[in-house]
Design a protein around this ligand. Sequence first.
Ligand code: ADP
Ligand code: GLC
Length: 467
Amino acid sequence: MRIIHISAECYPVAKVGGLADVVGALPKYQNKVGANSSVIMPFYNNKFTRAKKFESIYHSKVKLGSHELNFDILKIEDSVLDFDIFFVHIEALLYTEEVYVDNDADRFLAFQIAALDWILTLKEKPNIIHCHDHHTGLTPFMVQECFKYKPLSSIPVVFTIHNAQYQGWMAYNNLYKLPMFNIENVGLLLWDGMINPLASAIKCAWRITTVSPSYMEELKYKANGLESLLMHEQSKAVGILNGIDADVWNPETDTYLIKNYKKSTVESGKKANKEWLCKQFNLDKSKPLFAFIGRLVGEKGADLLPNALDYALRANNISVLVLGSGFKETENRLFGLIPQYDGNYNAYIGYDEKLSHLIYAGADFLLMPSRVEPCGLNQMYSLRYGTVPIVRRIGGLKDTVVDIGDDGFGICHNDVSVQDIINAIHRATDFYNSQNEFKANRKKIMTIDHSWELSAQTYINLYKSIN
Ligand code: ADP
Ligand code: GLC
C-alpha cells in the first residue's frame, strides 16, 4: 500500500511541535508493517535543509489564480531517513526560516496545489493521501472537486486533526486562487462565510481522525466553532492515540543525555542528568525538580504558570525549570521570576531540542496544565524517561495518565486554574517525599508502552477499510 502524508512539519526536517514528531514517526512505523509510506512537505530555508544536498526530480509552475510561480519537487541526496520524503520548493513563498509566518494562506495553498500537480504525474499513484492539520485542509476538496485532479478523485483521502483551534481561515475572495471547480459545490469550502480549510477537510475527507479518542469526544462540544460539523460527520471520525518514536525517545541510547540509563539504572541515570541541569541553571539539586516544556500559549495553560509557580515556590521546597516560547507577556513574566527565586527557579525562553531531552531525563515531575490537549507527546516522553507527569484531565492526557490515587502513576487535576496547579504541585511534593513509593513508580512508568506499532497498524486498517 502506497501512502503519502502531506504535512507542514516533519521531524527532523522542521519542527514546531508534536505534529512534526508524529509525521516523522508514523510513516517509519507504517513501513515496518509492510506499507510504502512517504511524506511531502514544504522546502524551508532552515538548519536541516542548509546542511543537506537535494536533487530536483520534477519542475513545473504552480498557478494561484492568474499568478504563476516556479516550483521544484526535491529529494534528499543520500537520505538516511526511514521513509521517502519529498519537498515542494517554491522559492518565492515557502523558502523561509520559520515554518509559519503571518498570512500563511497563499503559502500553504500553493504548497498543496504543487503537491497534487506532482502526484498527478506519478505513474504509481498513492493508494492513500493522508493530510495533517489545516495547512493541508484544502487537499480533500481539491482532490474531490477540482477538474484537473479528476484522475486522483478515486484515491481515498484521510485527514488527521492534530489541533482544531487553528483552522486556516481565508477570506471568501481568495476563491479564485483554487484550481477550477464547479461553483455549485463552493459550500464544501465554507464555514461562517469564510473559506475554512479545516471545516472543508472535515466535510470532504473520506475519514477523519483525531490524535486521541477523548479529543474526538471533546470536539463534539468544543471545537472552536466546528462542534455541529463534527457532530454531523462523526460516523466517519475516529480517535487514534499517537505513539512515540521509541528509537528517538529512548533514555538508554539518547545521545543528548549526560548519562544514559534504563529501568535498572534509573536512579543513577536521572541523578546525573538532574545534577547537570541544576548546575547549568543554578537550581538546588536536593529538591524535587518540576519542569514545563512547551509552547507558552493559552492552550497549554502557560499563562497561569507565573502565578502558580510564584506561589508554589514560596510554599514548597522545590526547584522549577521552564523551557518554552510563545506569548511575549507570558515569556516576560516567567523570565521575570528568575531573580526572585534565584537558586530554585529558572526559565529558558526559546526552542532547544537537546535541552528538552535533558529535561525529560533530569526532572522529577513534568507539568502539563493544558486547557486543550488533542494528544500531547510530552507526557509520553516523560513517562519513558521516568519523570512523573502532572496533567490536567483533558484530551490525550486523560487517555494516557492515571492518577496515583486511582492506582495509577501520575498526578491529575480536573480544572485549569492557578489553584489546581498549586494543589497538584503540593500533592507531587508529598509523593516525592515517600521516596520508596516514588522510586518504585519511576521504574513502573518507564515500562509503559506508547510505541507507534499499534497505532501505525490501526491507521493501516483504517486505510484498508476505504480502499
Ligand atoms: P504541541 O504540538 O501542541 O506543541 P505536543 O505535546 O504534541 O504539543 O508536542 C510538543 C513537542 O514539541 C514535544 O516534542 C516537545 O518536547 C517539543 N517542544 C515544545 N516546546 C519546546 C521547546 N521550547 N524546546 C524544545 N522542544 C520543545
Ligand atoms: C498538536 C496538539 C498536540 C498533539 C500534536 C501531535 O500540536 O496540540 O496535543 O500531541 O498535535 O498530534
